[in-house]
Design a protein around this ligand. Structure first.
Ligand code: AMP
Length: 288
């Protein structure tokens, strides 16, 4: 079983014994773990000797009216699952332990990259992610940290944070783990009713379809995207965004698209009470 700590000083003391000779990995999560999270732990174990999983429903990354209060908290089940994949430590702090002052007067503003995609409808979300991830990096001082590509924009922001603040931490992006029908696993999938759950994989199917169309380049991007938006909307979703970007999250258009080898199609859409997030990397045939 992993050892659980809820105080920063206890966790630091425990990790200090490994620091010289061994590599430490951090897997930050908000708990309510599923196979996607466990996969991050398995990857972490390939890159480090000691794996620390943080479980913290971070209040600063939730906006007003979002699901902070109702977000599922299942620490006992999470720890049992983590034992099956060999996590060594669980860091499950209280809000007071993490934030002596809430909101914290110090902010991490990651700039333009946070203003697009999810940042348009969740304007304070990535500031909250920035501060909690910075704190976790300073608390655990890992050699490597693993994040899911499921939250593609978050991963890009963290890579930027590590570069700009010179964190001596290797960041590894882990592939999206999906249910058999293609739906990306997410703690928020449990907000879906049975009928919504049957509809949900349409989002991934649409990304696959779009990827093929973009690869073939038979129609302008705008036309492809609005047809896609229409199909997603008529299936019952309310779209937050559906966009095609470079893998660095810069803009592409019909002229520039072939200058990029890799693109990413990103979608966020509401289905009932659940805001579903997905993305798909696309490789364009030729680079000009
Ligand atoms: P969360 O607990 O939702 O904040 O997620 C914690 C970490 O798990 C983040 O790095 C997520 O990107 C990652 N993650 C969540 N769902 C998946 C998934 N289906 N596949 C891979 N990684 C995931």
């Amino acid at each position: 079983m992993p050892t659980i700590h809820s105080h920063i000083s206890d966790l630091r003391a425990a990790l200090q014994t490994y620091r010289v000779a061994q590599r430490i990995a951090l897997v930050p999560t908000m708990g309510n773990l599923h196979d996607g999270h466990l996969e991050l732990v398995k990857i972490a174990k390939q890159h480090a000797d000691i794996v620390v999983v943080s479980i913290f429903v971070n209040p600063t990354q939730f906006g007003i009216g979002e699901d902070f209060d109702s977000y599922p908290r299942t620490l006992d089940e999470d720890v049992a699952k983590l034992a099956t994949v060999g996590a060594d430590y669980v860091f499950a702090p209280t809000i007071d332990e993490m934030y002596p002052l809430l909101p914290p007067p110090t902010t991490i503003l990651a700039g333009a990259i946070t203003k697009q995609l999810c940042g348009k409808t969740r304007p304070t979300h990535f500031d909250g992610v920035g501060i909690v991830v910075s704190k976790l990096f300073n608390i655990v001082q890992p050699d490597v940290a693993i994040f899911g590509q499921k939250d593609y924009q978050q991963l890009a922001i963290i890579k930027q944070l590590v570069r700009d603040l010179s964190y001596p931490i290797e960041i590894i992006g882990a592939p999206i783990i999906r249910a058999a029908d293609g739906l990306a696993l997410s703690s928020r999938n449990q907000y879906l009713s049975a009928s919504e759950r049957r509809i949900a994989p349409i989002l991934q199917q649409e990304l696959q379809y779009l990827a093929k169309q973009i690869g073939a380049v038979q129609q302008p991007l705008d036309v492809l995207l609005s047809a896609s938006r229409e199909r997603i909307t008529s299936a019952g979703f309310i779209i937050d965004y559906l966009e095609v970007k470079t893998t660095e999250l810069t803009a592409v258009n019909d002229e520039s698209i072939h200058n990029h080898q890799g693109l990413v199609i990103l979608v966020a859409a509401w289905l009932g009470r659940a805001r579903l997030l997905d993305n798909l990397l696309v490789t364009i045939g030729k680079v000009r």
